[in-house]
Design a protein around this ligand. Structure first.
Ligand code: CDP
Ligand code: CDP
Length: 221
């Protein structure tokens, strides 16, 4: 029997990783944060001082990038060539550049290969933008989480405040809208609800309410 796959997609700050992590823990499944992978590639390119618009230069870097994860609480720990970059990949600068790098064909192919390899190991909850459409098209459950831009910016604002990051709500709304636009309009595997995904609007819902709704959807499958 194939391992069970749960795909959680949606725009920035919709609550994908929060919900995916809780589900993975409750179901004893592997959790895969695919956004973290694109963030690691972006960080690696920024550290090399590459012009990020230079697709060939970014692509040439891929063989030198090894991405790995280790369990951690409350967040999964992320490594670039065995160096921990868990916090660094969430910086405002990496966030601003990631949609440029994630649009490149070779980057997407390398990340998709890695994601499928991890998923082959057992039951998996994977969150991202193209999991239900491209990475795991046969996933047993596909959820597309959305929420208003304002609510998503408020959520990210609170998270940044707790981390001591200096961001404004207005800047976050602009950054989120820009990233959503770029992610939805790129040529290869854009952010899109899979035709067989269940869309869930989480505006005004607590984490617990969203988890319960997603579990109810899983039970119907
Ligand atoms: O957590 P947040 O919504 O801010 O973003 P993320 O999930 O960490 O993803 C960061 C970026 O990686 C996205 O804005 C996309 O450009 C890219 N990404 C992607 O292209 N495909 C995925 N499956 C996951 C992320
Ligand atoms: O992974 P994605 O970018 O979609 O979002 P996230 O990092 O899981 O969530 C962004 C923030 O929203 C986190 O601080 C969550 O605690 C918070 N939040 C949520 O995820 N879901 C709700 N229903 C309410 C708040």
């Amino acid at each position: 029997m194939n391992p069970i796959q749960i795909a959680i997609d949606g725009p920035a700050s919709a609550g994908k990783s929060t919900i995916a992590k809780i589900l993975a823990t409750d179901l004893n499944f592997i959790y895969v944060d695919t956004g973290a992978m694109y963030r690691v590639v972006t960080l690696a390119a920024m550290r090399e001082d590459l012009a990020l618009q230079d697709e060939a230069a970014v692509t040439a870097l891929l063989p030198n990038i090894n991405i790995s994860f280790k369990p951690g609480n409350p967040v999964q720990r992320v490594f670039l060539n065995n160096e921990e970059v868990t916090d660094e990949i969430r910086s405002v600068e990496v966030t601003a550049n990631v949609s440029t790098v994630s649009a490149y064909a070779a980057v997407r192919q390398a990340m998709t290969d890695l994601q499928r390899e991890i998923a082959a190991a057992g039951g998996v909850v994977m969150d991202g933008r193209d999991i239900g459409t491209t990475v795991l098209p046969n996933a047993a459950v596909k959820i597309f989480l959305i929420a208003s831009v304002h609510e998503r910016a408020v959520r990210r604002f609170k998270e940044n405040q707790a981390k001591g990051m200096d961001t404004t709500l207005d800047d976050l709304e602009v950054a989120i809208e820009k990233r959503d636009y770029l992610d939805s309009h790129r040529e290869i595997s854009p952010l899109k609800k899979a035709s067989d995904a269940v869309e869930l609007d989480t505006t005004g819902l607590s984490i617990e309410e969203v988890v319960n709704k997603v579990k109810a959807i899983i039970e119907t499958k």
